[in-house]
Ligand binder design. Structure first.
Ligand SMILES: Cc1cc2nc3c(=O)[nH]c(=O)nc-3n(C[C@H](O)[C@H](O)[C@H](O)COP(=O)(O)O)c2cc1C
Length: 278
């Protein structure tokens, strides 16, 4: 039986939803599948199965730092490797985000076979409607069985990356440093805060502490927004990026048929939904 290890970083749940769907489909095909979480990126892996799938949300046209670090410390293996990524918009400039992860995988001896990209609602930048979130998830669910089949068969699914995507990824990789810097300017409105400590307990890099009635922020922020997105009273200010803050879970059970594609990236969303571009 084919053993597939799915490693997932998901700050606010979108990537995990897709990874779980991939698992469900792979199990149906007859694979033995385990999902393991990537959090701060230093998780030790002793050995891997026949295939690994690394799943992450695109952050600033790149993979998040914890995912890149995680890929560096995978054991040497000649297993097949795939990437599953989610992002808020379907622009092709997201295409090169996997570069560092792929480089590390190849360096460790993995046979990198390609990637799958699913558009899911923004957890930062702006809030999609619940109808749009439902349409995105529905579309991902329709396309994931084909992705599972590719993984199950060990087929290649490589993407041609444009020069523009490579250039943008390179420039915006400053986001990794910027996230750590900006993280120091996070604030919690203590009048609103109900001290549920979800932010402290769930931060992937344990960057938030609460001492003597005060929240403190270290220099390991990934700007993943798990803290601010899941804050039940929207008490977070996320530094210089606060104007892009999105708070609160999406209702993925909303009526996907009612989703309207807005003006923003209208062409690329229309293209994404209309063709089977996976
Ligand atoms: C810091 C940050 C940067 C992001 N950058 C991009 C981006 O460059 N392109 C994009 O399409 N979406 C971007 N997004 C949106 C996420 O990739 C998207 O919402 C993703 O599905 C979130 O997945 P998660 O819920 O598993 O964390 C960004 C989100 C964050 C928090």
């Amino acid at each position: 039986m084919k053993k597939v290890d799915i490693y997932v970083f998901s700050a606010t749940g979108n990537t995990m939803k897709c990874a779980e769907e991939l698992k469900r489909n792979l199990v149906e095909l007859g694979s033995e599948v385990e999902i393991k979480r990537i959090e701060n990126g230093t998780e030790k892996v002793e050995s891997v199965g026949d295939t690994v799938v690394i799943c992450y949300p695109v952050h600033g046209f790149n993979a998040p730092t914890n995912v890149i670090n995680f890929s560096k410390q995978l054991p040497l293996a000649n297993a097949d490797a795939y990437i599953l990524k989610t992002s808020g918009e379907p622009l092709t400039i997201n295409d090169d985000s996997s570069k560092m992860v792929v480089k590390n995988l190849r360096w460790k001896g993995y046979a990198y076979k390609g990637e799958f990209h699913f558009v899911m609602p923004y957890n930062m930048i702006f809030r999609h409607t619940d109808e749009m979130a439902a349409k995105m998830y529905k579309t991902a669910k329709e396309r994931i069985p084909a992705a599972a089949q590719v993984v199950f068969n060990g087929e290649t699914h490589l993407k041609k990356i444009s020069a523009k995507a490579k250039l943008v990824r390179g420039i915006v990789s400053i986001e990794h440093w910027g996230a750590r810097f900006n993280g120091r300017f996070f604030k919690v409105d203590t009048d609103k805060c109900i001290k549920c400590m979800k932010c402290v307990n769930n931060c992937p890099t344990k960057n938030i502490t609460y001492e003597n009635g005060k929240f403190k922020f270290g220099n390991q922020c990934l700007l993943c927004t798990r803290c601010s997105f899941n804050c039940p009273v929207d008490a977070f200010k996320i530094g210089m990026m606060d104007f892009m803050r999105v708070n609160g879970k999406y209702n993925f059970n909303a009526d996907a048929e009612q989703a309207e594609i807005g003006k923003y990236c209208h062409k690329s969303y229309t293209k994404y939904f209309s063709e089977d571009n996976n």
